[in-house]
Design a binder for this molecule. Structure first.
Ligand SMILES: [Zn+2]
Ligand SMILES: [Zn+2]
Length: 580
């Protein structure tokens, strides 16, 4: 809070003021900016009423953003100040007054001409002296820059957060909490330590089939004393039936986040797996509406029909063995009860639920293609058999990884030089940009005699372009540096762990693994066919040879470094050729 001397206060009392209030839509992201009524209250309490100031007109500007030049109220106020209708301006903060270089310049110009004798804000007062004018210009420049950054950031922020950082936006779902990471200051969604475990327990109880959904809900509330999270307005209540069913039909529990722009696997800890989630949907009978998300099936993108070359599609079917009459029936989308005895699926105790996924030709090329379908279990057995051929021994993996690292060091050294040069150049461009800005906002430039706004833009643009290019070069150098190293490591790891990931990976991983097997993958007469090995898999081709080499070298403590390096160098060249 600035110090107001008696002398100053008595001077202020003889002046006429305009009050200028502004809040723009983009400020909504910024909690630090007070609302218009909040700004008004602060100004009244801290300035107008406190010192008994004479306000001749308040200006409100809410809808428009001051980022682009052209705020009718602001312009009107400046014109009237220019005519001498008032002596000063009161605003909540300097950044409320200007958000672009032009506006800021106009206002400071009026101060320099003594047409504005004082600017009062809740954070301080500014008069016609170099220090105050410089401060205001800095404040306006910063507001401009923040505004540039912010409008970009807000636009991208939410999308980026959702799709790239895979973070849920908005209030956390049941079982999770919103929090701010103390290190990164990023908002995150974490498990609710009180409720997450209860819900996990409830899901597994439901999946056991021993209890109906309503019986599980009863346990949640009455045995495990579940209470909803207390917020300002509500909470502290048992889980309602509707909230329970909403929870059970939300794929969020297995990690999938759905928004109208699309869906993505979130980074939050899942409560269950996709297949179990789907089982729950079956158990819910009609209440388990087929969830809005498309089911993604592994493999189909990389498979073709061996007869007509059309793409392959997958189809999921569910069968239930009724717990009462033991009839096995197919569950269509609308079926909610046993087809024989009529018992509701939701009420069944321990029904047997069977999932089948069939792969078959889409017949888009030849309507009369004669190929039948193959069930996922059979297909996966065959893929596993193929992968087995490429699996490498753990000791060999260790050996290979160590030497890849040694080779990588050499690569790094070569690249460090070019990176250093690029970084030096970047530094120089940044200094030039800083200098320009310092000149522009300097007190000697308040009338833009040293550097006009047009000139500033003209000189900044090529520098900003240079900066962008240099950053790109540096990023590329960094990326290239890791590329072959990563590729090599991936290749070995892949060969080593493909079978593991094939068993435990998600839809994408499984598909990638199958895709990596080779080119022209097709199914003919229920058999998976692979034409030729993918070059990415070249390591596997030489598996035998390389393992022999490894064996020869392994027993010896003293290793012939050059020989090995040479060999790996050849392999590396192979991979690089094959992968590009
Ligand atoms: Zn076909
Ligand atoms: Zn039945």
């Amino acid at each position: 809070m600035a110090y107001y001397s008696n002398e100053l206060i008595s001077r202020l009392k003889g002046m006429k003021f305009f009050v200028y209030l502004r809040k723009s839509s983009e400020d909504n992201e910024d909690r630090q900016i007070r609302s218009i009524p909040g700004q008004k209250t602060d100004i009244e309490e801290q300035l107008v009423n406190k010192f008994g100031l004479n306000v001749i007109k308040p200006y409100y500007e809410e809808s428009q953003t001051a980022h682009k030049k052209g705020r009718p109220n602001f312009q009107d106020m400046l014109q009237r100040l220019d005519k001498g209708e008032a002596d000063g301006v009161i605003s909540w903060h300097a950044n409320r007054l200007a958000r672009n270089y032009g506006d800021g310049g106009d206002l400071v110009q009026l101060i320099a001409e003594e047409k504005i004798k004082v600017v009062l804000t809740c954070y301080g007062f500014y008069e016609n002296n170099p220090r105050d004018k410089e401060y205001l210009m800095t404040e306006f420049t910063r507001a401009t820059r923040d505004s540039d950054d912010k409008s970009e950031a807000v636009k991208r922020g939410n999308r980026t957060k959702f799709f790239e950082r895979q973070q849920w936006i908005g209030p956390a779902k049941i079982g999770y909490l919103n929090t701010t990471n103390p290190v990164t200051r990023e908002k995150e969604v974490i498990e609710d330590p009180e409720r997450f475990p209860i819900l996990v327990k409830a899901i597994s109880l439901l999946l056991s089939g021993l209890y109906t959904p309503m019986q599980v809900l009863d346990k949640i509330n009455n045995e495990w004393s579940f209470r909803t999270r207390t917020t300002k307005r509500q909470g502290g209540k048992p889980l309602s039936k509707s909230a329970w069913y909403k929870f059970l039909t939300d794929p969020f529990m297995y990690g999938l986040m759905v928004r109208k722009e699309g869906e993505v696997l979130g980074s939050h800890k899942p409560m269950t797996t996709q297949i179990e989630f789907e089982k729950i949907q079956i158990m819910l009978g009609r209440k388990g509406k087929p969830h809005r998300t498309k089911h993604e099936f592994s493999y189909k993108e990389v498979l073709n029909c061996g007869e007509c070359d059309a793409s392959i599609t997958a189809e999921e079917k569910w069968q239930i063995i009724c717990s009462a009459c033991k009839t096995k029936f197919h569950k269509g989308k609308k079926d909610d009860r046993c087809k024989a005895c009529g018992l509701l699926i939701e009420k069944m105790i321990k029904p047997t639920i069977l999932q089948y996924i069939h792969y078959h030709c889409t017949r888009k090329v030849n309507k009369n293609c004669t190929q039948g379908s193959v069930e996922i279990r059979e297909l996966e057995r065959q893929i596993d058999q193929e992968l087995d051929k490429f699996e490498i021994r753990p000791e060999f993996l260790q050996w290979a990884l160590e030497h890849i690292s040694e080779l990588n060091e050499k690569e790094v050294n070569d690249r460090v030089l070019s990176k250093n040069n690029a970084q030096k150049a970047l530094q120089s461009v940044e200094t030039q940009l800083d200098n320009l800005m310092t000149l522009f906002i300097s007190p000697n430039n308040t009338n833009q005699s040293l550097l006009s706004e047009g000139e500033l833009t003209k000189r900044r643009t090529p520098l900003l372009d240079q900066k962008k290019d240099l950053i790109k070069v540096i990023n590329e150098l960094e990326k290239r540096q890791d590329e072959w190293h990563e590729l090599a490591i991936n290749t070995f790891n892949f060969a080593r762990y493909a079978r593991y990931w094939f068993k435990h990976g998600d839809v994408k991983t499984k598909t990638q693994i199958l895709g990596a097997l080779g080119s022209n993958l097709r199914i003919l007469d229920k058999i998976l066919r692979v034409d030729e090995l993918n070059s990415y898999f070249i390591i596997a081709e030489g598996k035998q040879e390389v393992e022999e080499l490894a064996q020869k070298l392994e027993p010896a403590k003293e290793i012939d470094f050059t020989a090995k390096t040479l060999h790996l160098e050849q392999l590396r060249q192979c991979w690089l050729r094959g992968s590009v």
